[in-house]
Ligand binder design. Structure first.
Ligand code: ADP
Ligand code: NI
Length: 214
């Protein structure tokens, strides 16, 4: 199989795997993260091998604990088999290691900080959780789980049940966790947009609750 066929095979594999996820984790998320990772890699003067990066990004959400029925170790075996069957055993260890560590919800956030594929993929995935797209994805996921939008009594610094709480649990922390210079730069503007959004959200919330009170 040549590289074009390997990419096509990965695209088909991913589309089938993510079909039951919420639409914030749909094919367009994969395409955006692909584009972002390519952009970051170029700006960082190709620190990562572009082909390995593309394969890793394509496969990065095929095992997601949020949507996994069985224990997720099982899922990584599926990726390993896919890579073996597609003639990609040579990059298997690197790709699977990077994917295992990319998730923010990973219980033990770690990852090989010397692997540019991991560093860029993680930045690109995090950027898609920020800004206007990040807000859309957060509310989409919250809706998918039927989580409340916001509960005023909730402590916004703790483990949250609401989507607004998720901004504080995760989204506002991402800017400080970016790996590459390019990722950091892109995260700045998207982070500011979240802050502006929250300011507006609370303003409207308070207005709605207090407008008729004397
Ligand atoms: P990662 O892809 O790094 O594992 P997640 O899967 O936790 O990150 O998040 C992927 C997307 O789903 C993000 O856009 C994130 O904001 C959204 N998401 C995850 N958990 C929640 C939640 N509890 N409430 C709202 N959105 C969520
Ligand atoms: Ni992702």
């Amino acid at each position: 199989m040549d590289r074009i066929d390997q990419i096509s095979a990965a695209e088909e594999f991913v589309k089938q795997k993510i079909s039951e996820y919420d639409s914030g984790h749909d094919w367009w998320h994969i395409e955006r993260v692909r584009g972002l990772s390519k952009y970051i890699n170029e700006k960082e003067l190709f620190i990562a091998d572009p082909f390995t990066l593309d394969i890793a990004v394509l496969l990065h959400d095929t095992v997601d604990s949020k949507f996994q029925k069985k224990d997720s170790d099982n899922g990584y075996n599926i990726i390993e088999s896919f890579l073996d069957n597609t003639g990609l055993s040579g990059i298997k260890v690197q790709v699977v290691e990077a994917i295992k560590n990319v998730s923010f919800s990973n219980k033990n956030p770690s990852g090989n900080l010397n692997d540019p594929v991991f560093l860029i993929m993680q930045d690109a995935d995090r950027l898609d959780a920020l800004g206007a797209i990040g807000i859309a994805r957060a509310f989409n996921y919250g809706g998918f789980r039927n989580n409340p939008i916001y509960l005023p009594a909730e402590n916004l610094q703790g483990a949250s049940k609401t989507t607004i709480g998720h901004f504080y649990d995760k989204l506002l922390r991402l800017k400080g966790l970016m790996n590459t210079q390019t990722g950091k730069q892109l995260a700045e503007e998207r982070h500011r947009y979240l802050e502006m959004y929250l300011e507006r959200f609370f303003k409207e919330w308070e207005f709605g609750l207090n407008v008729n009170k004397d």
